[in-house]
Ligand binder design. Structure first.
Ligand code: ATP
Length: 373
């Protein structure tokens, strides 16, 4: 295993009596695109600010290339931050905005600087905009200049705090692809903060899922999407039916469970804390868009009655009643039958779409419409 570029070890952060980061340990590797993902207020920005040195930590350590940086001021850490509001200097033109860091550090002469700025502006596709003022740029262009201004300092790590948050949806999607390819081109380590799961899944090499200041799971997009480690991750990432089921039997990785009158085999998440789902009850999580509805009986399926069918664009969204327990199924084309309200159907799912998680305390009290078995 490579040595980490940045390590957080048992980091704790309090604001007054509020425990914001709880014993965070995380290794970040050179050249990776790592995303901190979690709901509003879970501590993502605070973690980024602690890495940048804009906040101190109460205990633990932060190591960059093996040396502690926790007591260094922000300008002594070779990390740069790109904020959501870009923080460009309005009184400077684009050229001077990008030149600002190297000029302060006196790290290059003006001829070298000019050459470097030309390269960086080309990289972010902003050649020709040198003389413009910041108010003469669009949101996406300002965002690119903010990144150029950070990249020219050749930071070990670029910290990005919801940098696409202010852009409209279309531009945001475009910039996601741009940012991901820029990161691969420059091989700079990106630590990216977002609460948008789609953004995280699209761009990252690895995702850190945070909730209430605690790391819930670290893994590739595929891993956190298909193999969540707990109920929080299963619920936060993707759109799933989440049901309490009775455990009947366990064979290898598969568990026989009962949901109403249906007995089905489901794989237990290999990332779950307690690696077995052998309690009396477990939690079944199935992606709504990895299920399909059939009119004929299928092995390992859920039998139910169609409650509603809604067509919206390319999507068919159906609700199926399994005998007092409703599930939602999203299909992009109906398969082998033209089902309608009242029909008896059989629901199957892609293998990667269904996962079983160990039962968690407080499951019944959770909001979000989880119904009792
Ligand atoms: P968002 O996605 O909304 O930006 P976040 O996950 O980035 O949220 P943080 O900004 O890290 O969350 O905030 C975590 C918690 O710390 C919140 O409850 C917030 O109110 C609190 N907090 C943040 N900064 C301070 C501060 N300077 N003083 C006191 N409390 C703070």
């Amino acid at each position: 295993m490579d040595k980490p570029l940045l390590s957080l070890t048992n980091v704790n952060k309090f604001f007054d009596d509020s425990h914001i980061l709880k014993d965070i340990s995380l290794d970040i590797y050179d050249g990776e695109f790592l995303t901190l993902l979690g709901p509003s207020g879970c501590g993502k920005t605070t973690m980024l600010r602690c890495i940048a040195g804009l906040e101190s930590i109460n205990s633990g350590d932060i190591l960059l290339n093996g040396s502690s940086i926790k007591d260094l001021s922000p300008n002594k850490r070779n990390v740069n931050t790109v904020f959501q509001n870009y923080a460009l200097f309005p009184h400077l033109n684009i050229y001077d905005n990008v030149a600002y860091g190297p000029r302060i550090k006196k790290s290059m002469n003006e001829a070298e600087l000019k050459e470097r700025i030309n390269e960086i502006l080309e990289l972010v596709q902003m050649t020709g905009y040198e003389k413009r003022m910041t108010h003469q740029l669009s949101g996406g262009q300002r965002q690119r200049i903010a990144i150029a201004r950070s990249l020219i300092n050749e930071p070990d790590i670029l910290l990005l705090d919801e940098p696409l948050g202010a852009l409209d949806l279309k531009l945001r999607k475009y910039m996601q692809t741009e940012l991901a390819s820029l990161q691969k081109q420059t091989k700079t380590t990106f630590v990216y903060v977002t609460h948008d799961q789609e953004e995280a899944l699209n761009m990252s090499d690895r995702i850190v899922v945070l909730n209430k200041g605690v790391i819930q799971q670290v893994g590739s997009p595929r891993e956190v999407y298909n193999n969540p480690s707990n109920l929080f991750v299963a619920d936060f990432i993707g759109d799933r039916n989440i049901k309490k089921v009775k455990v009947m039997d366990k064979k290898g990785d598969y568990v026989k469970v009962m949901l109403k009158d249906n007995i089905i085999d489901i794989k237990c998440s290999t990332n779950a804390d307690s690696k077995n789902c052998s309690g009396d009850y477990a939690i079944l999580a199935i992606h709504t868009d990895k299920m399909s509805i059939s009119c004929s009986e299928k092995p390992n399926s859920l039998k139910g009655r169609i409650v509603s069918v809604h067509y919206s664009g390319s999507q068919i969204r159906s609700q199926v009643d399994l005998g007092g327990e409703k599930v939602t199924v999203i299909e992009y084309q109906s398969n082998d039958c033209d089902y309608k309200k009242g029909d008896i159907v059989h629901i199957t799912w892609e293998e990667t779409g269904a996962i079983l998680l160990p039962m968690e305390e407080g499951f019944e009290e959770r909001s979000g419409g989880y119904e009792e078995f």
